[in-house]
Design a protein around this ligand. Structure first.
Ligand code: TYD
Ligand code: MG
Length: 448
């Protein structure tokens, strides 16, 4: 028989413990444990259970992937070309980042019937938002309800193609003793919606809040349940928003969608390079332009560095949008291989526009921007800088070099500094001048 037991569960990652802990040993969150009732099941085969028929892989007939396209290019692309019938997509993000806005705008162009279940806002508030976004669709049905039993009965009755749950933290299954928003409720509700979607054939868009404090259970515990996890992120003070797939059973996780938040809703950013370079001041020390591949698209962006003498104690190193450890390595390479005495200087590095870059292809640009600020000389403005930097100060080749060159050409750059080893892989003729380099010293001498 199932037995109930009290356990403490981390709201951030779902780690279970028998006693309360101040800090989660699994994800290092502080103060994230809450007491919950957990049902335990013995791992033995029930008498009533009987074996089921199994099938060979080749005997299963393929179903054609049926997707609903939302007609918002940036959104559809991140999903992998639209949402699959019967699948569940989780959209996570900080409160106030624009999740409800994004979803409402995505629904606006659909021909299919949609049920928008809101547990956070009243129907009036949704109407106000829709008015602000100029949405007049007659296909969007609204329901203000948090009891999942009532919601599922309504879904059965209405038979929508898409169901939006805004947000998963507010809905609850009345059979469970836990309060809405607890780990158990959120997990069971998501499971329930997921199974129900598979059985009934609707696609579910589930909105979930992430909070840094871990007060409300974060979507992290749901990641392995749902088919697709999208992360909607951005800085509050910037108007750019980035939609990123962190898990996708039906598509790539490399794609990102870029939006800009306006007074009347989110607008797709079709050409990100222009935006990330739009505020560039060309004759400033420490500013260079590089190219990063985001998903399948090259994005040109400005790297800014500020190097100042440190008068006391340990020099500071601050990186925004770039890995801190990677910055430390590059500083060591600059010190040793390019003879720049940076160790007594503060270094501040910034990827302009609020974007976060993980690709090593921006290494050389980071080094050049730091060198430019340190030497107090502006870098050449019409030059794009690409390359990975090795510990020996050598410049290593990068992927997708042709795409990056094309983008630079399109945006009017006159030359590209690139790894020498990449030259072999360039087949097309470019109008833009290619400057191959093999060491960091040579690159700095050319760029600055
Ligand atoms: P919202 O979609 O409610 O965020 P979430 O569902 O993620 O909590 O949007 C929140 C912010 O977006 C709010 O502070 C106001 C702003 N906003 C605009 O700037 N323009 C708009 O057209 C809309 C609808 C919202
Ligand atoms: Mg909302």
């Amino acid at each position: 028989m199932a037995k109930s037991k009290i356990k403490f569960i981390c709201a951030n990652c779902g780690f279970e413990s028998l006693k309360w802990l101040g800090k989660c040993p699994s994800c290092d969150e502080w103060n994230s444990f809450s007491e919950e009732l957990v049902e335990e099941r013995k791992a033995s085969v029930k008498k009533s259970a009987h074996a089921k028929e199994v099938k060979t892989l080749d005997s299963i007939t393929e179903l054609s992937e049926e997707r609903i396209k939302f007609g918002i290019n940036e959104f559809d692309r991140v999903l992998g070309g639209g949402i699959i019938h019967g699948s569940a997509v989780l959209i996570g993000g900080d409160p106030g980042i624009g999740k409800s806005t994004l979803v409402l705008q995505a629904l606006a162009k659909l021909k299919e019937k949609v049920l928008y279940v809101t547990g956070e806002e009243s129907l009036r508030q949704i109407k106000l938002r829709a008015k602000r976004l100029n949405i007049t669709s007659t296909n969007i049905l609204l329901l203000a309800e948090t009891d999942l039993d009532l919601i599922s009965a309504t879904i059965k009755d209405v038979e929508p193609a898409i169901v939006v749950i805004d947000s998963i933290q507010t809905v609850y299954l009345p059979d469970l003793d836990n309060a809405p928003g607890t780990v158990t409720q959120i997990r069971e509700c998501t499971n329930f919606i997921m199974q129900f979607a598979k059985k009934t054939g609707f696609s579910a868009l589930i909105i979930g809040h992430v909070t840094k404090e871990g007060v409300i259970a974060g979507p992290k515990i749901l990641e392995h349940i749902v088919d697709t996890v999208l992360q909607f992120e951005g800085e509050r003070n910037h108007s750019y928003r980035i939609l990123r797939a962190t898990k996708n059973r039906f598509g790539s996780t490399n794609e990102i969608g870029i939006f800009e938040m306006h007074e009347d809703g989110l607008e797709e950013v079709k050409n990100p390079s222009e935006i990330f370079l739009s505020e560039r001041d060309e004759n400033v020390n420490g500013s260079v332009v590089t190219s990063s591949i985001e998903g399948t698209r090259p994005v040109l962006l400005e790297v800014q560095a500020l190097v100042t003498p440190s008068n006391f104690g340990n020099p500071q190193r601050v990186a925004t949008g770039f890995d801190y450890r990677r910055l430390s390595i590059l500083l060591a390479v600059l010190e040793k291989r390019a003879n720049l005495r940076i160790s007594a200087h503060n270094v501040f590095l910034n990827m302009a526009g609020g974007i976060r870059i993980e690709e090593p292809a921006v290494d050389l640009a980071v080094c050049c921007s730091i060198a430019s600020s340190y030497l107090n000389k502006p870098a050449k403005t019409e030059m794009l800088i690409i390359g990975e930097v090795g510990l020996g100060g050598e410049i290593r080749s990068v992927s997708h070099i042709e795409k990056r060159i094309q983008e630079a050409e399109k945006l009017g750059f006159s030359s590209v500094v690139l790894p020498k080893n990449n030259l072999k892989s360039i087949k097309q003729n470019n109008k833009i001048e290619l400057i191959p380099v093999d060491s960091i010293i040579k690159a700095i001498n050319i760029v600055i």
